[in-house]
Design a binder for this molecule. Structure first.
Ligand code: UD1
Length: 441
């Protein structure tokens, strides 16, 4: 069992290169199914979610590999149109294969996708989009069976701007005959990036990244190569770590434009920010102040994925910060662990009130989801003493070498894989960092 041992109160100084975007790469990998040739995706992080996507592609008959930051998929032969439950459950983005699989094979059999538990995460909008393109959707023995002789372009009106449903609709439309116009589409940067790869594959795409996306089906190119965009949530993570720990951190391989709402919040908190075309530097010296009220919303609103991270940074800011979570019902699961570290946070429904400036202390805590887990790392950097963090499988889904990168800029962070060393066990047999007895575990 792996754990992170984090000694807080050490400033961060230096440079971190930001990984390629997890949420961008996964739909890009799914799009490779539409090609009868080879697709190469550069700037691909080595994550368990990426490995899960590779396993799905291989299961479907593709040759797929991740080497030196590039995923190569040869989809000349797709021999199967069914994704077994065990593969579906490994991540939320397994549902991304539905659209391209259906377009490619005329049939797709899936079960409910996995992913972080953030409240109900239905896929009704994905299914409605497939039905609009002519698919017959039915449930058989706990599986969803979709069939279509040939998908046909059609208008698709999304009832809410779902990122995944927009991507799935674009992917299915790219393999359909004729023109599809998606209205009410999500506008996240990852959708713009998917449009860029589909264009390289020979599909005519207009408006990807705006609320109306037009796709004229037909993959023509036998080979396409694309560099995935930088991960804006990983960038937000490192910036919030710098805000929590103090110091001066420069992120390279990033896109400040896509980070605007996060940078605006950090600016309100008093971080000194400098940006160039592909770097962001955050200098945090002395106390921070509350950013006021932070309301999550679809892009270009404040990203829900960055909410737990900014909350961790807000713990050391003077004043009260209010968070309103508008995207997911259950996105405060990191709060009990933050409280175990001394945080003063009240939660009611979709709102959380953080009283900042209260001293934090190390504790033995567990990550319960991906971004909430990263938020615990940020909080631990601000805490007095040692934090012993488990549940790393959640964090490994979305971050490549989080501990190594933070360590390289001065954080007191060490990853312990496998059996815990004796020094982390107390005489009562209760496992806890010996360096400091946490007030609460
Ligand atoms: C994606 C991101 C996730 C991010 C989220 C919102 C990936 C792999 N994940 O998730 O990190 O937090 O966008 O920015 O890219 N909904 C429905 N029916 C549907 C689909 C969604 O009701 O068929 C609802 C969801 O329950 C949620 C809201 O729409 O309340 C937004 O979800 P959506 O944008 O689809 O998120 P994901 O694509 O799952």
């Amino acid at each position: 069992m792996s754990r992170l041992i984090i000694t807080g109160k050490r400033e961060l100084h230096g440079e971190i290169p930001v990984q390629g975007a997890k949420n961008g790469v996964l739909p890009l990998m799914a799009s490779s199914l539409l090609s009868h040739g080879v697709t190469v995706i550069d700037n691909c992080p080595d994550l368990t979610d990426v490995r899960a996507a590779l396993d799905i592609l291989r299961h479907l008959g593709c040759r797929a590999a991740l080497e030196k930051g590039a995923v190569t998929v040869d989809a000349s032969d797709v021999t199967c149109c069914e994704i077994p439950d065990a593969l579906m459950r490994r991540m939320r983005s397994s549902v991304m294969f539905l659209g391209p699989l259906l377009a490619r094979c005329g049939r797709a059999v899936i079960t409910a996708p996995g992913g972080c538990e953030l409240g109900p995460r239905p896929i009704d909008l994905h299914l409605a989009a497939m039905a609009a393109l002519g698919a017959d959707v039915r449930e058989e023995d706990g599986s969803l069976v979709l069939t279509a002789g040939r998908l046909t372009g059609a208008p698709i009106r999304l009832a809410l701007p779902s990122v995944g449903a927009t991507e799935n609709a674009m992917l299915a439309a790219a393999g359909a005959e004729g023109v599809t116009v998606i209205t009410g589409a999500a506008r996240e940067p990852e959708i713009r990036d998917l449009g860029a790869l589909l264009t390289k594959m020979g599909v005519r795409v207009h408006g990807a990244g705006t609320s109306t996306v037009t796709v004229e089906g037909g993959v023509k190119a036998p080979f396409a190569r694309h560099r995935a965009l930088p991960d804006r949530i990983a960038a937000a993570t490192y910036l919030c770590c710098a805000a929590a720990a103090g110091g001066e951190l420069t992120l390279t391989n990033t896109d400040p434009d896509d980070l605007r709402p996060v940078l605006a919040a950090l600016d309100r908190m008093g971080a000194a920010l400098k940006t160039t075309g592909d770097t962001v530097t955050a200098a945090v010296h002395g106390p921070l102040r509350s950013p006021g009220t932070v309301v999550t919303g679809p892009h270009p609103g404040f990203p829900t994925d960055a909410q737990p991270l900014l909350m961790a940074a807000a713990l050391r800011a003077e004043g009260t910060t209010a968070f309103v979570e508008n995207i997911f019902e259950n996105r405060f699961r990191h709060v009990p662990a933050l409280r175990a570290m001394g945080a003063d946070i009240a939660v009611e429904g979709r709102g959380a009130l953080v009283r900042g400036g209260v001293p934090l202390h190390g504790a033995r805590v567990e990550a319960t989801d991906l971004r909430g887990g990263a938020a615990l790392v940020a909080a631990a950097l601000a805490a007095e003493g040692v934090t012993d963090l488990g549940g790393l499988a959640h964090i490994d889904r979305g971050y490549e070498n989080l501990a190594g990168l933070l360590h390289s800029v001065g954080a007191g962070i060490e990853r312990i894989d496998g059996k815990e060393p004796e020094r982390w066990k107390t005489t009562e047999g209760r496992k806890t960092p010996a360096a400091r007895e946490p007030a609460s575990t």
